[in-house]
Design a protein around this ligand. Sequence first.
Ligand code: COA
Length: 249
Amino acid sequence: MSEEHIIVSRDGAVLEIRFNRPDKKNAITNAMYGVIADAVAAAQTDDSVRAVLFTANGDFFSAGNDIKDFAAQSAGAFDGPRHVGRFLEEVIKAEKPIVAAVQGHAVGVGTTMLFQFDLVYIAETARLTVPFIDLGVVPENASSLTVVDRLGHARAFAMFGLNEPLTGKDAAAWGLANAALPFGEVEPKARAAAQVLASKPPQSMRLTKKLMRDREALMARMQEEGEIFAERLRSPEAAAAFAAFLTKR
Ligand code: COA
């Protein structure tokens, strides 16, 4: 497992998961998904953990799924278990609150995971994109549901269809993020919020989160999207998009 690309640490009752692959804009490899899936799962069964914080090093929160992994999957050249589905499921099933400190840009799953979290603090200058159509695939992580729910169809379609970025400012104004802040204030604010969540009665917190989220609907949509996504990964449109990205390097 590529532990050096994901730093898991503790700050009191808050479990912190940090993307640490800044030279690749925190693109997430299969091994990284394995580590974050395990961390989110372990947090649910460890009574000493009461909240989870996602954060990142570098100028990107995450550039999404590693395109080399996508290209290998597209070509049928990917061996071993795939951990992405497990990560997405663990987040949907999670009973403990999840906070994000989005200090920089996010792409693909780096954006869609934010729509699954409970509190999001974002840099004013951050830009969030979901270029699934440009990559020849379809939305994942139940984002065809969550993005529409939060932003409305027109804004969601501009993101998916036109690849229009959602700015940090608009993310806060339109209901994704709790606040858009100057870069240096994002992580301290998210940390402080996670600590407040962790100080509250844990069972009441857990039950409230459960009541607020329709997990069955999220899981069903995530699985429906996942089947189409897997087919699309093998499509000529996707293969061409991955090759274009990789040959530009
Ligand atoms: N997968 C694999 N590598 C990635 C990556 C990804 N998703 N995103 C960035 N990288 C790598 C680049 O290949 C480059 O590696 P290199 O230095 O070895 O060439 C490095 O990260 C820096 O990226 P670069 O493109 O030079 O930075 P940039 O600031 O010009 O652009 C992005 C950043 C994120 C806009 C651009 O890299 C990009 O479009 N990445 C793909 C994002 C994507 O489509 N993700 C999947 C969503 S489903």
